[in-house]
Write a protein that binds this ligand. Structure first.
Ligand code: PMP
Length: 441
């Protein structure tokens, strides 16, 4: 039986009216999305205000990993909100249980966490920790990286979007290339496991840019916003080792890569990384706003009382969500499911790519994959022109997708981890049909 039902072309009449109202009152400054107004969602299925039903490949930017509106999560948030909505910095039962549950779910060496509200805020917290712990102020991060839109996070980032036209970022941000196996003109991806060419260049970057006050390294296990770029195997491990050799703190930004997204609970598990600090966001609340910084107790010990705090951090509703999401992850074995469904979907996507002249690269792990579109598979010239067509045509056929990428030419494949085989099959067929139709203008 068909899962999706759409009366194309979108937007439907109710969506059109509501979108007009929206833009009359709220500034129209967010990125391009399929023209529909979400009414409700459950698991992997989204219903818009016109009654159209779609399969979701976005998880709302990799947030709703346990599925939209999972009943256990909804009930936990409802119960907590009826008891206590906020108490700022004080102990509350949910916060204490959430901290215990999160630390127990983390690799053993990370034995403390602190709750905040957004991914960007967690990054700011990590930057502060690296500086305070070392007494130094420079941070090494990576070109094309994305860590958020607050000033510290944007300064560490290496994408134009959050920075261009905003003047100088914070001093002490040093950036190096992130190896991209699909676009590697300088050969940064070769020479593993030691990647000597890359790391000798990294030493040059530091010699040329550091005043001698390097505190730490901030890196994504894969670059999400840049287009789901996965570095060559072993590079992250070597980077961690490189940082340790120089007495630097190593921070892994797992805001989007954690909670089973890559087929492991934490992306750091793939290469047995042991970061000093980890930032966590998005799926940790699966729709309820919450984020966290995790580190060793000895790292947090550099902060005096009152040095890290946030008005809504650790509030009972967010904290109840943290506990409920971890319970769902475990009860429904979502990490294993992500690995299994990811392998299944990737195999089909690779077959689809063989028949599509524009689908240059299919990459990823678990249920986070990128489809990179190019004008020509030999030259690999980016084809951002195709992305609007793909988003619109997919939506008209019942599949919600979004785009990312330094060149704006990558489609995200990141459904909730609860995606069923039937939903995977139907959504893959929609993508296949759409890719048969698209043409370069
Ligand atoms: N780090 C990474 C790796 C991200 O992908 C994002 C958001 N896309 C952030 C940080 C910032 O998170 P937020 O939007 O919740 O501030």
């Amino acid at each position: 039986m068909k899962i999706t039902h759409v009366k194309a072309p979108l937007p439907g009449p109710k969506s059109r009216n509501l979108l007009d109202t929206w833009h009359r009152y709220e500034a129209d400054v967010v990125g391009f999305q399929a023209p529909l107004v979400w009414q409700s969602a459950s698991g992997c299925i989204v219903t818009d205000v016109d009654g159209n039903e779609f399969i979701d490949w976005t998880s709302g930017v990799l947030v709703t990993s346990v599925g939209h509106c999972h009943l256990h999560l909804v009930r936990a948030a409802q119960e907590a909100s009826a008891r206590l909505l906020n108490n700022y910095e004080c102990a509350n039962v949910d916060r204490i249980l959430a901290a215990r549950a999160l630390v127990r779910a983390l690799p053993r060496h990370l034995d403390r966490c602190f709750f905040l509200t957004t991914g960007s805020e967690a990054i700011e917290g990590a930057l502060r920790l690296m500086k305070r712990k070392t007494g130094r102020f420079e941070i090494l991060s990576f070109e094309a990286g994305f860590h958020g839109r607050t000033v510290g996070a944007a300064s560490a980032g290496g994408m134009a979007g959050p920075k261009r036209h905003y003047g100088p970022g914070i001093p002490g941000a040093i950036r190096a290339p992130y190896p991209n196996p699909y676009r590697d003109p300088c050969g940064w991806c070769s020479g593993g496991p030691r990647f000597e060419k890359y790391f000798s260049y990294l030493d040059t970057v530091i010699a040329a840019n550091s005043t001698g006050s390097l505190a730490g390294v901030l890196v994504e296990p894969y670059q999400g916003a840049a287009g789901f770029i996965f570095p060559p195997r072993g590079w992250l491990k070597r980077l961690e080792e490189w940082a340790r050799e120089r007495g630097l703190l190593f921070t892994l930004d797992e805001v989007q890569s954690s909670y089973g997204r890559t087929g492991r609970m934490w992306a750091m598990e793939h290469e047995r990384l042991t970061p000093d600090i980890v930032t966590i966001g998005k799926a940790i609340g699966s729709g309820v706003p919450v984020s966290a910084v995790a580190a060793r107790a000895e790292v947090f010990a550099c902060l005096k009382k009152g040095e890290m705090s946030s008005t809504l951090g650790g509030n009972p509703v967010a904290s109840a969500a943290v506990v409920a999401v971890l319970e769902i992850m475990q009860n429904e074995r979502l990490v294993a499911r992500s690995a299994r469904m990811g392998t299944y979907m990737k195999r089909r996507l690779l077959q689809i790519a063989e028949r599509c002249p524009y689908l240059g690269d299919v990459r990823g792990q678990g249920l986070v994959m990128g489809l990179e579109f190019v004008k020509n598979k030999k030259t690999r010239e980016p084809a951002p022109e195709l992305i609007l067509q793909i988003i619109l045509e997919c939506a008209n056929n019942g599949l919600i997708v979004g785009s990312v990428g330094v060149y704006g030419n990558v489609i995200r494949v990141a459904p909730p981890l609860v995606i069923t085989k039937a939903e995977a099959d139907e959504s893959l067929s929609i993508m296949e049909k759409v890719l048969r139709k698209i043409r370069l203008p």
